[in-house]
Design a protein. Sequence first.
Length: 418
Amino acid sequence: MSGPTRARMTIRVRLTAMFGGLFLLAGIVLLGVTYFLVSTNLPEERQVITKSGFLPDGAGGVMPTLGEMTQVREVQQGVLGAVLTQGALALVVVGAAAIAFGWLLAGRLLQPLQRVTETARRIAHAPAADRGLHERIGLTGPRDEVAELADTFDLMLERLDASFDGQRRFIADASHELRTPLTLNRALLEVAVHRRNASAEVRQLGETLLEVNARHERLIEGLLMLARSDAEIADRAYLDVADIAEHVAVAVPREGVGLTVRLDEAPAIGDTVLLERLVQNLVENAVRHNLPEGGRVEVVAGTSAQGSAFLTVANTGPVVPAYEIPSLFTPFHRRNKSRLHAPGAGLGLSIVRSIVQAHGARLRTVPGEAGGLVHIVEFPPVPDALRGLGAEGGVVVDSGAPAREERPVVAHGEERGA
């Protein structure tokens, strides 16, 4: 019980409780001192009676009666009781006002910290491509400890932003620089392999080197795509995820794996080239990690009840434990540790994740019931103001047109003899 209760005690509540507690404590002490001073300065019964016309006993006067002394004592107790009652009532009223004032004062003092929190929250929820690192607190006002904290936070954001930009530029520049020698190597190897007088050993060596060179080219292409998908999307267009899935999924080599496509209208806003690569990587990954015989891949696109476009790519294949799924999206990670003859570069799902984050979408990957994986990409709903905008920007298509009729299930792999 102490843990959750302590978690709910915010700094503002604690400051208010501290202000109110200190004020009430000071008020109680003041009330006690007042009570003590009043009680010690009240005259005794005999003194009161003397002032009322009686002489003390032994001075030739008449001794006051018990009733008279009791009456005087009751008056004294009434005075002390009034001091306690009225003082306590005043303490409660002023204490409540002090607590309210402390609440307002604590909120005022914590406003700069709230700005720091809001900025950090916006950065935390920003798409990975944007990262929100351009945000700054820019706190103005007294140069106190909170202002120093905000300035330090801004400096950290500035350095992180520069670091990420430098990393992306390095990957892109290095990939571009490596493309030229790889292309030259491929051209030289192809010339050597296709010479008429080339021996069988030379041809075999050339084919092996071409395969290695092709793997390096795929790696460089993957790094370039990863760098691009990590960058902020500049050109967004209204598109249909179903159209992209239809053209890309069918064109992916399937090597005997059956393909089932079920598509309905799935409007979204994004980059067509990046989304084509997303579908391609998901389908290629589903084909590559499938059953040796009788494997299947299913691609589904449509719109959810909430109006969000979704894309689902599922496959048959080996059972993947749920705890291994996060590691699949790590760059260069492979479940099969043999990298020499692996056809991919180990960047496919990493690129998928970056593209999804760049579009502000959500990716869920779960194990299939009988093996394999199910990838579900959920895109943000298209705002009504942008619904129906063409890729050229501003060309409005009939956004009120009915959704296209759902296409029948087609086993493309079987029909095309894949």
